[in-house]
Design a protein around this ligand. Sequence first.
Ligand code: CP
Ligand code: NVA
Length: 301
Amino acid sequence: MAPRHFLTLKDLTTEEFKQLISRAIELKKMQREGVIYEPLKNRVLAMIFEKSSTRTRVSFESGMAQFGGHALFLSPRDTQLGRGEPIEDSAKVISSMVDAVMIRTFEHDKVEVFAQNSSVPVINALTDDFHPCQLLADMQTYEEHRGSIEGKKVVWVGDGNNMCHSYINAAAILNFHLVVACPTGYEPNAELVTANKAFVTITNDAKAAVKDSDLVVTDVFASMGQEEEQAQREKDFDGFQVNEELMSLAHDDALFMHCLPAHRGEEVTAGVIDHPDSVVWDEAENRLHAQKALLEFLICK
Ligand code: CP
Ligand code: NVA
């Protein structure tokens, strides 16, 4: 039987997404209570990182250890992947020895090609186009603080990037309305927006967008791989900083999220990120619990 992959959120049904959130909340409680639960004893997760990471690596590696399994960190610097071994060949070989593979890379089609040639589940741990694992954690965090996100107004402020794309998918699956406030030229992928047009609105007016919102989310101006565009982007994103004035336009109980790492003083002020309405630390911790739910779902089922 073909393995179940997690390359974008669209690999999940609404029911499955909601179940993963509930399971993540349960697993978090078990972890807090010190319950030993090792459903992945003797199982191995290969983790291929072609970009840097703190949260993703620590959460997957710790999650596998807590589940009684093991995680292997593979970097292109010291594997044959970095010396040009074809992805198809690497996928066949690596998947023959492990129980799941997690990949963080540049081009999204690399994870698709890997998955097509893998005999075990493949997890997208961020590509230039999507970051679905982060959305599992974000949606868990919203649910823990405010209950169901269905019907809520979520505002994405900033670049129409990989995180924004995953928010678009989440809006369609969990049925919330997403307003993307971005500078001209930094809109999310047009095909993705069209395919999900019932759930997404695009605007250049950040203030109007944030008005009466329930959740405000942002991310860095320049993502990994775009470092040389930083200076230009700082100019282009003028007016798209999430600051106290912008947050004051949202609902009184609106939350603030950022996948981190953040640049205080650029896309967000220190005052917003360190404010009680900011749930960024829960959001980061929930990477662990949400991905444990995902690993259990993909490997044990
Ligand atoms: N949010 C996130 O994916 O963080 P890392 O880049 O540190 O893994
Ligand atoms: N958009 C950011 C997210 C980092 C977790 C990036 O791709 O660098």
